[in-house]
Design a binder for this molecule. Structure first.
Ligand code: SF4
Length: 275
């Protein structure tokens, strides 16, 4: 690579790091939460489980409302000629969505990934959890929410509301790991968005639970303050939507208040899915 190319790459990395740091600062200011208090009956995952061999799983539009945070009007979305078949037609199956995604190179996140992290769980789930993007462990294992945050999410589902994780469906806005776990950029969100929509249409959950601000902002089409919005019923294309904190945020701010809040949100989501 030329000196100019290397300098450009370093500049891009620096920009990405700066964007992630800025997002974190904004989030901390917005959340205005600083105390830590461990509760006795939950294990905080201390480290990620060992990665297994990278998944060889190859892992794909009625449009989502555009997000004020993570999607930009100028983002390219699906390239011309690559309209997803479910844009105008019947709901697809998850297999069809995955097949259409293929070995996706629709955005720059394809460059650094080990695997496409499509989704995991019951294709007929009543409850669907949507996060932001895969992390390191997820990228290595090809499954969503299997690192520390994922372990906490699993505990929240299995110990908190008492159902097996395999009963729910879990996925992310983007299917490839953003470098250094930064927030996905608007063009990346826009490129992957039709496939999230396909997943939602395929699963047709009774309730969606968004984990963290980016997922809530994307589905609601506006920049939300998750601290104020969490715990309040919203709606996405007729599906009740419960916004709650991302488990990675809970790991950083493991307070009694935050934990109780998430438990309440998940219990409300479960009850509504069974109503
Ligand atoms: Fe394709 Fe989504 Fe991965 Fe981008 S993030 S390369 S759109 S699968």
């Amino acid at each position: 690579m030329s000196d100019t190319g290397e300098a450009s790459e370093r500049t891009d990395e620096a920009r990405a790091l700066l964007a992630s740091a800025s997002a974190l600062v904004r989030e901390l200011v917005e959340e205005d939460l600083s105390d830590f208090a461990r509760l006795p009956d939950i294990e905080i995952p201390q480290q990620d489980p060992p990665a297994r061999e990278a998944s060889a799983q190859p892992a794909t539009r009625a449009p989502l409302p555009s997000s004020g945070v993570v999607a930009a009007e100028s983002s390219p979305g699906v390239p011309p000629g690559d309209e997803v078949p479910w844009a105008q037609g019947a709901a697809p199956s998850l297999t069809e969505v995955r097949a259409h995604l293929g070995e996706c190179t629709r955005c720059d996140l394809c460059r650094g990934r080990q695997s496409i992290v499509f989704g995991d769980g019951n294709p007929d789930a009543d409850l669907m959890f949507i996060g932001e993007g895969p992390g390191e462990q997820e990228d290595l294992r090809g499954l969503p929410f299997v690192g520390r945050a994922g372990e906490l999410l699993t505990q929240m589902i299995e110990k908190g509301i008492g159902i097996p994780r395999s009963e729910v469906y879990i996925c992310n806005i983007v299917k490839c790991r953003p470098p250094r776990n930064r927030n996905p950029l608007p063009p990346e969100v826009s490129a992957c968005q039709p496939f999230l929509e396909g997943q939602i249409r395929a699963v047709a959950p009774k309730v969606i639970v968004t984990l963290g601000k980016p997922a809530a902002s994307l589905l609601l089409g506006r920049n939300v303050a998750i601290t104020r919005l969490r715990g309040t019923w919203q709606e996405f294309q007729g599906i009740p939507l419960m916004p709650t904190f991302h488990p990675a945020y809970l790991l950083r701010q493991y307070t009694i208040e935050n934990r109780s809040a998430v438990w309440q949100d998940l219990k409300a989501a479960l009850e509504r899915s069974r109503a």
